[in-house]
Design a protein around this ligand. Structure first.
Ligand code: AMP
Length: 287
């Protein structure tokens, strides 16, 4: 087991990163909101594989939660997270303090309005502004060579890659596929909110995505028809309520009616007060 430091102060984190980089080491960052699970660990594995010094940040970012969302209830257990991270053999757990990240009078934001106006962004106004702002701050503090994000949050990943490109941040973004439970449910810190009935119904999200994939493999190209069939299977579960279901071009997240090239099928479903998201990417073969 290697030695892991827990850093709370921004200045200290900046100093360490600079020192490490001056020694010629490559720094990797895995930003998280904690309540760590297998999905996060797969991102850490990617960071460890590609860098010499791995920083995992834990910060429940108030800026990315809407007023009626679960900021207060969001699961927090930094103590347990620290234990798990120590076993993973990372170098730094960076858990910045809220009042250092956003001191009184804080007034700088990063926004990608076009990519943020659809899918989750349309349902959660301000969410991606909060995500981009905190990720940009974390990048400036940790100065990573690479940062790792999960495909589970497909829109977030696309927005962050675009932010890095448009703002010339010079950080390589690596990804890890969505980690799932054996019944297909994408692992999420929010799954603990589900009642036992809701948890039994939750695999329907991934089942709807697999159904879409099969329809496409059989030659279906009409997105309306695919979405109708997905909706039928999700609605068969009493505890499930579709928030949105979209098939978009992966490149720019624009809606399409006829499938071609690389597409993202993204779904958000409410189970009671819990909103779960999932997605798949498909390369559409020419027919
Ligand atoms: P969060 O702590 O939920 O904000 O997530 C932190 C990072 O972990 C993000 O890049 C997520 O996309 C990624 N992540 C969360 N759950 C999963 C999962 N089941 N599989 C892969 N990546 C995940």
């Amino acid at each position: 087991m290697s030695y892991m430091r827990i850093i709370e102060r921004i200045k200290e984190m900046e100093d360490i990163s600079r020192k490490v980089k001056n020694k010629g080491k490559k720094v990797g960052l895995v930003p998280t909101m904690g309540a760590l699970h297998e999905g996060h660990f797969r991102l850490i594995d990617v960071a460890k594989k590609h860098t010499d010094f791995v920083v995992v940040s834990i910060f429940v970012n108030p800026l990315q939660f809407g007023v009626s969302e679960d900021l207060r209830a969001y699961p927090r257990d930094v103590h347990n997270d620290a234990k798990l991270l120590k076993k993973k053999g990372i170098d730094i757990l960076f858990a910045p303090l809220g009042n250092e990240m956003y001191p009184e009078g804080y007034d700088a934001y990063v926004e990608l309005p076009m990519l943020s106006s659809v899918l989750c962004g349309a349902r959660r106004p301000g969410h991606f502004k909060g995500v981009c702002t905190v990720v940009c701050k974390l990048f400036n503090i940790v100065i990573p060579d690479i940062a790792v994000f999960g495909e589970k949050d497909a829109q977030q990943l696309i927005i962050i890659k675009k932010m890095v490109k448009d703002l010339n941040l010079g950080i390589k973004i690596l990804t890890a596929p969505t980690t799932r439970e054996s019944d297909g449910v994408a692992i999420s810190s929010r799954n603990i909110y589900l009642s036992s009935q809701e948890r039994r119904d939750a695999p329907v999200i991934y089942q709807s995505l697999i159904l879409a994939k099969k329809l496409i493999e059989k030659g279906e190209r009409d997105t309306k028809k695919i979405k109708e069939k997905m909706r039928v299977i999700i609605s068969s579960k009493l505890t499930a309520r579709v928030d949105y279901m979209d098939i978009v071009k992966k490149k720019d997240l624009k809606q399409i009616s006829f499938l071609e090239s690389e597409v993202l099928i993204a779904v958000a479903v409410w189970f009671g007060k819990t909103r779960l998201i999932d997605n798949i990417t498909l390369q559409i073969p020419e027919i």
